[in-house]
Ligand binder design. Structure first.
Ligand code: FAD
Ligand code: EPU
Length: 340
């Protein structure tokens, strides 16, 4: 157990804050010991992966637990598919690269998403038309209070857009220790997302292989999203709002160029980036934080210190979007350190 640790190296926004203690654990036995210790100390437990989806606003009276176990084992295989159990500490993008290299397909669209495998089910990571849930067979976890091992089926995870049971009933109650995924041996691809289609068309690729899709996604992401190592950020700061069809039609009549993504239930997902961009926030800076000049959904911590300044900027943006479009934006990363 490392006492009063600075969390700046452990969050992609590079926010300064301390945790009461930090535990780096390699095995489930070490995790169990760390949880026993937190109970004895009466400390809350905060599992952290690579800190790429958190806003830490203040010092935390908590034991931060980082799992360091990586890699996967094969649970079962057939001619068509392979089931894997992947350790929570595994870097997500390296898993995408490794499985693709081994002829196990499906994860290509999710290339370059920062973070760990253990965090991936929390918000059901998604990009370029694909979400994690379609590959999940089960999630292995430990109950923070009792230390009991739990297995959740995909249905029990209640996955949705940037959503799961881990953000609701199981919020702060469990630590994911591994994720069971099922990948295909058939070279299937999903290329309906507009930016991905355009990238493949521009490269003259008509019948893309999974490797082509992987490369296209990497190219688009490198062009569009800032690297947190150079410009500290947490990816999209807001979720894309899903609105009723009637409201979408009215907005489309008023703002012809508004991109829309019709959902299975006929509601309509609207890019928050477009709404924010229309109002002119791109490139705006205040109090050491700002909106990235290349992508309106990415807030950047330029001056290094204030989670509160970021939240103020987010509140200012939300208020203006609400006023102009009558749409409420919801913050995507998890915020820690606010008074309860
Ligand atoms: P952390 O930030 O460490 O944790 C996030 C939350 O999960 C916290 O509440 C934490 O307590 C909890 N958590 C972490 N590990 C565990 C565990 N083992 N058990 C229980 N709870 C846990 N996301 C997308 O979906 N699509 C994208 O395209 C995308 N692009 C991004 C681009 C950039 C540049 C950045 C910085 C972020 C992006 N994200 C994207 C967000 C982020 O990559 C994902 O949310 C990722 O899954 C976070 O992983 P992490 O290990 O960094 O989690
Ligand atoms: N757009 C603008 N202005 C901008 C940026 C984008 O008008 O400054 C428009 C684009 O022209 C496009 C639309 O907004 O028509 C969507 O943009 P983009 O393809 O970049 O995707 P996004 O909706 O901004 C979502 C996810 C990303 C994910 C991409 C690709 C959310 C909250 N964000 O972003 O996830 O990588 O789609 O699928 O759903 C993350 O969660 O951190 C993240 C980066």
């Amino acid at each position: 157990m490392l006492p009063a640790e600075s969390l700046r190296p452990y969050n992609s926004l590079s926010l300064e804050a301390s945790a009461a203690a930090l535990a780096l654990v390699d095995t489930e036995q070490e995790l169990s010991k760390a949880l026993d210790w937190s109970r004895a100390q009466g400390l809350a437990v905060l599992p952290l992966g690579q800190g790429s989806n958190v806003v830490i606003v203040d010092d935390l009276e908590a034991l931060v637990v980082r799992q360091q176990g990586t890699g996967f084992k094969v649970l079962g295989e057939s001619d068509h598919e392979v089931s894997l159990r992947v350790s929570a500490g595994q870097d997500w993008h390296s898993l995408v690269e490794k499985t693709l290299g081994q002829g196990l397909y499906g994860l290509e669209n999710l290339a370059l998403i920062p973070g760990t495998v253990g965090a991936a089910p929390i918000q059901n990571i998604g990009a370029y038309g694909v979400e994690l849930d379609r590959f999940v067979r089960a999630v292995q976890a430990v109950d923070i209070e009792t230390g009991e091992h739990l297995v959740l089926t995909r249905q029990e995870c209640a996955f949705g857009y940037r959503d799961s049971v881990f953000k609701h009933e199981l919020r702060d109650k469990i630590i994911i220790t591994a994720v069971d995924l099922c990948l295909s041996r058939e070279p299937v691809t999903a290329v309906t997302y507009p930016a991905l289609q355009t990238e493949l068309d521009d490269s003259g690729i008509r019948e893309p292989t999974p490797r082509d899709v992987y490369c296209a996604v990497v190219n688009v992401r490198r062009r569009r999203l800032p690297d947190p190592a150079e410009e500290p950020n947490a990816g999209s700061f807001f979720k894309n709002p899903v609105i009723e069809q009637r409201q979408a039609e009215a907005l489309s009549r008023e703002f012809g160029s508004m991109p829309v993504f019709v959902q299975q239930d006929n509601r309509v997902k609207v890019p928050a980036a477009w709404l924010i961009d229309q109002i002119g926030w791109k490139g705006h800076r205040q109090n050491g934080v700002g909106v990235h000049p290349g992508h309106a959904l990415v807030l950047v911590n330029y001056a290094g210190d204030s989670g509160k300044a970021l939240l103020q900027l987010a509140a200012d943006i939300s208020a203006s979007v609400s006023e102009r479009f009558d749409i409420n934006l919801e913050i995507e990363p998890r915020v820690y350190g606010l008074p309860q």
